[in-house]
Design a protein around this ligand. Sequence first.
Ligand code: NOJ
Length: 545
Amino acid sequence: MKQWWKQTTIYQIYPRSYQDSNGDGIGDIKGIISRLDYLKDLGIETIWISPMYVSPQKDFGYDIADYYHMDPIFGTVKEAFALIKAVHNRKMKIVFDMVLNHTSDEHAWFQESRSSTTNPKRDYYIWKKGKNGAPPNNWISMVGKPGWNYDEKTKEYYYSNFLSFQPDLNYRNPKVKEEMFNVMRFWMDKGVDGFRLDIFNSIYKDESFKDNPFSIRYLPTPDNNDEAYFQEKKYTLNLPENFKLAKEVRSLVEKYRHKPFLIGEVSGDDKTLKGFLGEKVDGLNLVFQFELIEFKFRADFFRRILLNNEIEFPAPFLPTYVFGNHDQKRSISKIDGHLEKAKLLAFFQLTARGIPIIYYGEEIGLLEGNISNQEGLDPIARQNRWVPDWLSKFLGIYLNRDNCRTPMSWDDSANNGFTSSKPWLPLSSDTKNRNVEIESKNPSSILNHYKSLLRIRNKERTLREGSIGLIDKWKEEKDLLAYEREWEDSKIQVYLNFGNFPREIYFDEAEYEILYKSYVADTFLLQSYSGMLLKKRKSKKWFSK
Ligand code: NOJ
């Protein structure tokens, strides 16, 4: 079977916030099923859904207590099977989230594991004795909290690289690996088309348990958490064993005829990312590249991303383009809710060489919520209640992930068509104007812009598979990013105007035709914050010369 994932487009659904079907204020599986036609019509092929398995929901699903069943708030396992089928009936694909690094502390394995030092499941997790009344070493978690958690019952510490209720599994125990591979087999047998692998770079910890070195860096960045909170995560992140595991998981999925794929949540420099992908792209199929999370709305910023990707991740590697997810501030709220600018971001994302990953709501310009750190339900917000909002804003740290998880906005009815009762999180502002229903009727809305671009991308192989290069004539321009995609004898040029002023782009009409303009204007005029796609006319060139 063809490696379909190489040309796909991914759309992330945060299930609690997408569509509620039973009136409890929380999104669910049936709700997602009811919105599949919307996604199909939008032009999406692959949906990735954040975890829906049984969970105490302390980290809203990223703390899993049973990988084989769905949490009742989302529905039943039968409904999950029905969802997989409903997706496939529409010739779409479905990717499940897979948390391999840790379970919930309410998982039966952990309950057994913590019950005594001799329990057969003791070694499923990472347990250590303390040193002179202190934790075994200085390791801190990815969120800057103590990594070791003292357990009164057996008077030892267990390790958690995220939050304390998410104990890390011990992959040095072959049984653990096998158990987790079985979980993946189970879902692939049911037809799941791939996995998004949660904090995959954290899975192995160094066997020597040496102290991590000191670092002068305090604040983490989305694309690099190797050094943060004054610690270099030398022995707790990005260990070579993780690269090896990437290849093992890849061999596991390769056995399936429907060619499921893997996309890893990892972080680090390009060399590290390549470690996960493998020299011959025989590790994870894709990794999230998070540089766009901190984008600058400037042509040269995006030019640098393109150039770097072609140097560091040339074909057969495939770059990924992601502006947001359920952990990061919404991209549109970084550009003051500006819809035209957001359209330009989408233009780039859907026409550059690589895989676009759209976060639900981006297609309608959904804004961040306005929930303070003190009111946040997110466990990260709960742990940082003492930090005033102004301080986290000033430091540029995102402490309340509730704000990027507010309900999807379907129409302008009482709860935006998301639920018939009180939504689990307050709605974002301006949803009277930013909703699917109203935007569907407006030809120049951001929603219709996404639709047009996705339609073109789905039709034009050049955009999905072609090579990419900057257009020489424009490569020094301050406000204009211009690149060309090429596949066999077909060429598509992309012009994006990041500047505050309109400009003229002259081209030979005998040679190129306009395929799409995000702002309709005279032939050669490119409005400020708008883009244009030109397609090379077939063989006409010969006659015109
Ligand atoms: C990364 C996920 O994206 C985040 O939402 C979650 O809290 C942590 N991993 C822990 O699983």
